[in-house]
Design a protein. Structure first.
Length: 65
């Protein structure tokens, strides 16, 4: 299932890698697309949205909604 998250605070490639790693710890097979300019993270996974958001928050980013 494709989910779209609004992630604030990503400013560089390192930020993208941190978010990607956090998601991959939950689902190693997740398909992830990040658009830093739009603060948008698209994830195709079976994991619940709140689990994804919490993993990203633990890396220090804000997830809207």
């Amino acid at each position: 299932m494709k989910q779209i998250l609004d992630v604030q605070g990503m400013t560089c490639g390192h930020c993208e890698k941190a978010v990607t790693t956090a998601i991959r710890l939950l689902d190693p097979r997740a398909e992830i697309t990040i658009d830093r300019r739009q603060n948008r993270v698209e994830v195709d996974t079976d994991q619940p949205r709140e689990a994804l958001a919490e993993a990203i928050r633990e890396e220090g980013y804000t997830v809207a909604g």
